[in-house]
Ligand binder design. Structure first.
Ligand code: MTE
Ligand code: MO
Length: 408
């Protein structure tokens, strides 16, 4: 007789049970909490409250309650928080899938609701399971494919995270007692997880757990290298868009968007054509050639590029003009204001970025003209690009054309 999934005896794996589900649940409890916190930090690092230019979710309202000015140190801050967010998120995929597999018989349990409380609990599962899958899928798509959601990854992932996390907190509160019992291996039968007519086991529960853990380790090992240089980076087999091959030498570190992709034409960046326009708070404006900029005091900063996609470089040795010196040039020497940075690039979400006054004031925030002892290459932002300590890559605007100092 063919059984239907609504018949408990349809589910025959002897591995399912409260212990396995509880162990996987506890791992996800810790892991997803870290994902949520590092995700919120990443959102804050973009500083969406500073200017609409930085804000990909203008309708966020109260969800932005916790936002704060992102600090400029330690310089590896975003490298760490976003590296953890992406690497951990990828490594947790097998755990999430195993957890869903371990509870799948419950989704088919009849009657669908025994009471109002039970109906609400099952409804929260819809948001929990749907939300988890949605967050993992949008996250992975964003790092693997180049903008599958034109400009809309941020709202999807951000609002999705809040919906998911609300369901997650509800679920944890409801299930904590059962998980505690499960970990102590109590009450196996009433959970609805144990197969009433189990098939012969082919592995132990511990073996199954080791298999899931092994999957996580494998994903971790093939992802984490994207935060390091040289041979280690080549171990990042799952790293996002290998993209432009950065090669070796001074400019041999990862490139996000190439000059060609961004539509930057050599004719616009030549010594003759390119001028940096700097506008002060009171409207004072200067136009500087690259030679003018090179004649200003040059400073160094050892800073990484750390992308929201979870890859980062080690420190690169940037050289250029301090942003605060450029503010001083147009009359804002005492306390430099915020700044709007605009690129030569015509289209694209990241052609403009706003920086907060404390970022402008930092002595390691530069309009960089050179990196690792050589002029910037076109792909890394020639003629000039911004670098700011501890900030996400997206705030390190390339091919800068205009700096407007103002109180944003
Ligand atoms: N004008 C412009 N600047 C930009 C971007 C862009 O798309 N356009 N991408 C940003 C992002 S998302 C990152 S991670 C860094 C990457 O810098 P790199 O290519 O030099 O490593 O550049 C930033 N600056
Ligand atoms: Mo980025």
């Amino acid at each position: 007789m063919a059984r239907s999934p609504f018949d408990p005896s349809f589910w025959r794996s002897p591995l399912r049970g409260p212990w396995l589900t509880s162990v996987l649940g506890v791992v996800l409890l810790g892991g997803i909490t870290v994902l949520f916190v590092t995700g919120l930090l990443s959102y804050a690092a973009y500083d969406p409250n500073l200017s609409p230019v930085n804000d990909k979710t203008p309708g966020k309202g109260v969800l932005g309650f916790y936002l704060f000015p992102w600090p400029t140190g330690p310089r590896w801050l975003y490298r760490l928080t976003q590296g953890v967010h992406v690497t951990l998120g990828i490594a947790l995929i097998p755990v999430l899938l195993a957890k869903l597999w371990s509870v799948v018989p419950l989704l088919f349990r009849l009657p669908p609701a025994r009471s109002v409380a039970h109906a609400l609990e099952r409804l929260s599962l819809l948001f929990l399971v749907g939300g988890a899958l949605f967050e993992f899928v949008t996250g992975v798509l964003n790092i693997q494919l180049d903008y599958v959601f034109p400009g809309s990854f941020y709202p999807l992932h951000f609002y999705g995270a809040w919906v998911f996390f609300a369901a997650f907190v509800t679920h944890v509160a409801l299930k904590a007692p059962a998980a505690r019992r499960g970990l102590r291996r109590l009450r196996e039968e009433s959970s609805g997880l144990v197969a009433p007519e189990p098939a012969e086991p082919t592995v132990s529960r511990r073996g199954a757990l080791a298999f899931v853990g092994g999957g996580s380790l494998l994903l971790f090992a093939t992802t984490v290298g994207q935060n390091f240089d040289g041979a280690l980076r080549r171990t990042a087999l799952l790293a996002p868009h290998g993209g432009a091959e950065p090669g070796s030498g001074p400019a041999g570190f990862q490139i996000n968007k190439t000059a060609r992709y961004a539509g930057i034409r050599a004719a616009d960046t030549s010594e003759k054509a390119w001028r940096l326009v700097v506008v002060g708070r009171a409207g004072r404006t200067v136009r500087l050639s690259r030679a003018d900029l090179l004649a200003l005091p040059q400073h160094h900063a050892a800073l990484p590029i750390a992308c929201v996609e979870g890859w980062s470089t080690s420190d690169q040795w940037w050289r250029g003009v301090r942003l605060r010196d450029l503010a001083a040039l147009v009359g804002d020497e005492a306390a430099p204001p915020d700044v709007l940075v605009e690129s030569l690039q015509r289209r694209g979400a990241f052609r403009r970025a706003a920086l907060r006054s404390h970022q402008v004031a930092d002595p390691f925030s530069l309009l960089a003209l050179a990196v690792n002892g050589a002029d910037l290459t076109p792909d890394h932002g020639y003629p000039a690009r911004v670098v700011v300590p501890a900030a996400p890559g997206v705030l390190n605007t390339k091919w800068v054309a205009r700096l407007t100092f103002q109180d944003l």
